[in-house]
Write a protein that binds this ligand. Structure first.
Ligand code: OMP
Length: 213
């Protein structure tokens, strides 16, 4: 596990963004853990998160022209990543995000920020079944731009429609990389090596058996 992955998971646990218990997911699956990026709710948290996203994308060879943060949780994540890229890496990239409902007055429309153009990197929180990401991909295509990758905080590594994970299916179908700061794999490693999280580890491993790849 990379240092930035451990730092990210430690921060998520400290901030209760990663919780253990019993949670019903959008897919209807009952999960022993849940990732809530909304718990990163201070300037320091967002700065740490922006650094983790930026480190992940720069460690990859994804070429991108701009960032897109899907409403709602992707919005501050894309903004934090853009701030880090500009302030820490001297790379000033445009940022766009969407509304969930079109606005008929004022400037109107579904999109806010920079016009979608060129190679667009989607910055979001988590992938389970891939539904949310597919919506973003459709929106980017509809605006004539080219999705070039997906950057998320956590890949839950759950089975999609095939034997592949939802993230792998999205990657294969759209021919783009799907990058995660951390995956269920790293969370399993972290919980395995921490005696106070042993019980959770067993439940995570069982869940992975049932729904994972
Ligand atoms: P998919 O659209 O199934 O990939 O699930 C992603 C969405 O599920 C996220 O954008 C959240 O709305 C929600 N979610 C979480 O936020 N955290 C989790 O740990 C799991 C889910 C989920 O419902 O699967």
């Amino acid at each position: 596990m990379h240092a930035y992955q451990r730092d990210f998971l430690d921060l998520a646990l400290r901030r209760d963004a990663l919780r253990f218990g019993e949670f019903t997911l959008k897919s209807g699956r009952i999960s022993p853990y849940f990732f809530n990026a909304g718990r990163f709710d201070s300037g320091a948290d967002l700065a740490a998160l922006g650094s983790a996203y930026a480190a992940s994308v720069l460690a990859s060879d994804i070429g991108f022209d701009m960032l897109f943060g899907p409403a709602y949780k992707g919005i501050p994540l894309a903004a934090a990543t853009a701030v880090t890229l500009a302030t820490k890496y001297d790379r000033n990239v445009p940022v766009a995000y969407n509304r969930k409902e079109a606005k008929a007055h004022g400037e109107g429309g579904m999109l806010i920020g920079a016009p979608l153009a060129g190679r667009v990197l989607i910055v979001d929180d988590v992938i389970t079944a891939g539904t949310a990401i597919r919506e973003s991909l459709a929106l980017i295509h509809a605006h004539g731009a080219t999705p070039c990758g997906v950057l998320i905080a956590l890949d839950r590594e759950e089975r999609g429609q095939s034997t592949l994970s939802a993230a792998q299916e999205v990657s294969a179908e759209f021919s783009i990389p799907v990058l995660a700061i951390a995956r269920l794999t790293e969370l399993l490693t972290l919980t395995q090596n921490n005696p106070t999280l042993a019980l959770h580890h067993a439940r995570l491993a069982e869940y992975r058996q049932q729904y994972g790849v």
